[in-house]
Design a protein around this ligand. Structure first.
Ligand code: ADP
Length: 504
């Protein structure tokens, strides 16, 4: 009988269950969306109970689709949207409030105050992050401060906190295990990535009782067994927990210093594996824990650009220029305006890494009467490549090892023109894998490593196959001229955005 690893992939909008075989192939996949709630502008919540119910549904569907029983599953892995925060009662299993999602910005003012009082340097030093509402600390603080009676219950030791990974783990084990892994812990803004512990000073600063915090474990290792009941009939071991971007980095086999991946999803997420020292970026990237394996911790640099695939959606939904995202390939081939003349910067919600400027909004530069729809479509597609170049240039300033290959994934990486332009503007190879489910694969690899399904990194690497490698075709002179034009546009946007803010 063929044996599998089952990955539970908790995304931001849906839960998926995927079975991986020894070749690293997805043999069965099942996915269901769950609701997002927007109680106020800028707030985003999810119902933890609904996430759990959706999860059990997809696990059942995935096994049924493959026609297998639990006897064919060797281990379970969890990979998840990071930072989204849940607090629940350990006696009843009931959440005290909805999950506050990573993109929720209700605590933006608190984070600004921390910056103004000069506390961001402490946060950076301890956690590798910046003071931002994305991370869990101020979300937990908000629930403790705003939901009646919750602080007292937390202090009495009745409440538990975790990100979605820990919530699923606790439910899978019917309340036996309250734990997380290093990669998730490092995104809470409460975990010291150097001393490897929940940081007491930060817990005090945000007023969070230590007894709520999950135990932090290796990403690849034994977390407990699933409880036998409706979803599973056998007490299968849970052998991995890993945050989504770190899972993607592992799934793309970025095991050596300088190896990186770029995910072109709705947003764009760049990660570079930097080895076993928590280096500090001086050019605007965050440092997080990549993973813990066999007691060894390693680190990544990470940069998020807020709009990647969403820029393509903008062409479809707001500008009505295309019916579907893949149409962009056909239209872009008809573009006639020279690339260096027209730039589209989709900074709809500020400038993310490596610039960090919330005053900025998007812009189109170089409009002439001759610029038409096809040109604008191509310029928008090119913005993904330029933003990747921004990241690569930033890490190249920080490290002695230069990035020399990038592995691409996410929905917009399916686009050949976007992938080719990325190679052109970087000046090195862009490698797109056959298996685009890189996050879930990362989880499966971690669990497989823990139980010896795969022996070591080399064994895992054999299963990763490139579907296509895009080689740079542009001359060095053209590449640098185009990128200089992009950099000028970014500066102009900042100038304009900062000026507009002052005039308010
Ligand atoms: P997420 O996980 O963030 O929801 P996905 O990885 O599923 O995102 O990617 C979805 C994004 O990819 C959408 O913004 C969509 O516009 C874009 N996309 C999907 N297919 C293509 C394509 N062929 N060309 C360009 N963009 C695409």
């Amino acid at each position: 009988m063929e044996k599998y690893i089952l990955t539970i992939d908790e995304g931001t909008t849906s839960a998926r269950a995927i079975l991986f075989n020894h070749e690293g192939e997805c043999v069965s996949i099942s996915q269901n969306e769950f609701n997002q709630y927007y109680p106020h502008p800028g707030w985003i919540e999810q119902n933890p109970k609904e996430i759990w119910a959706t999860t059990t549904e997809v696990i059942n569907k995935c096994k049924a689709k493959a026609g297998i029983t639990d006897d064919a599953i060797l281990a379970v892995a969890i990979t998840n949207q990071r930072e989204t925060s849940v607090i629940w009662d350990k006696n009843t299993g009931l959440p005290v409030y909805n999950a506050i999602v990573w993109g929720d910005n209700r605590t933006a003012a608190v984070c600004n105050e921390l910056r103004e009082e000069g506390y961001e340097a402490v946060i950076q030093e301890k956690t590798g992050l910046v003071s931002d509402p994305e991370f869990s600390a101020t979300k937990v603080q908000w629930i403790l401060d705003h939901v009646d009676g919750v602080r007292e219950r937390a202090e009495a030791g009745d409440l538990l906190f975790s990100n979605i990974d820990g919530w699923i783990l606790w439910n899978l084990t019917r309340g036996e295990v309250h734990a997380t892994d290093y990669s998730n812990a490092s995104r809470t803004m409460l975990y010291n990535i150097k001393t490897l512990e929940w940081d007491q000073e930060l817990l005090d600063k945000f007023g969070i009782p230590r007894c709520m915090m999950p135990e932090v474990k290796d990403s690849s290792g034994h977390f407990g067994n699933v409880h036998t009941g409706t979803t599973f009939q056998k007490p299968l071991p849970i052998e991995a927990v890993i945050g989504d971007q770190q899972g993607g980095t592992f799934g793309q086999c970025c095991f050596n210093k300088g190896e990186c991946k770029m995910t072109y999803g709705t947003a764009g997420v760049f990660d570079m594996y930097i080895g076993e020292a928590p280096l500090k970026s001086s050019s605007g990237l965050l440092t997080s824990i990549a993973w813990g394996i066999h007691g060894k911790i390693s680190y990544i640099f990470e940069g998020v650009v807020f709009n990647a695939g969403s820029a393509i959606q903008y062409l479809r939904d707001e500008l009505d220029m295309i019916d579907a995202s893949p149409d962009t390939e056909y239209f872009a081939k008809k573009a006639t305006a020279p690339r260096g003349q027209l730039y589209m910067l989709p900074m709809f919600s500020g400038l993310g890494a490596p610039y960090w400027n919330a005053n900025v909004s998007g812009g189109i530069f170089g409009m002439t009467r001759g610029v038409g729809k096809y040109d604008l479509i191509r310029a928008t597609m090119d913005s993904l490549g330029y933003q990747t170049r921004d990241m690569v240039d930033a890490v190249n300033k920080d490290l002695d090892t230069r990035a020399s290959i990038i592995r691409l994934d996410g929905g917009a990486a399916k686009n050949d023109l976007i992938s080719q332009f990325t190679a052109d503007i970087l000046g090195f190879d862009v490698d797109r894998p056959v298996n685009v489910e890189t996050t879930a694969a990362g989880g499966a690899y971690m669990a497989g490593l823990s139980i010896g399904f795969w022996k070591d990194y080399d064994d895992i690497k054999k299963t990763r196959k490139a579907e296509k490698v895009f080689k740079p075709e542009m001359s060095e002179a053209e590449r640098e001229a185009l990128y200089a034009g992009w950099s000028n546009c970014v500066k102009s946007l900042e100038y304009w955005g900062d000026g507009a803010k002052k005039m308010k």
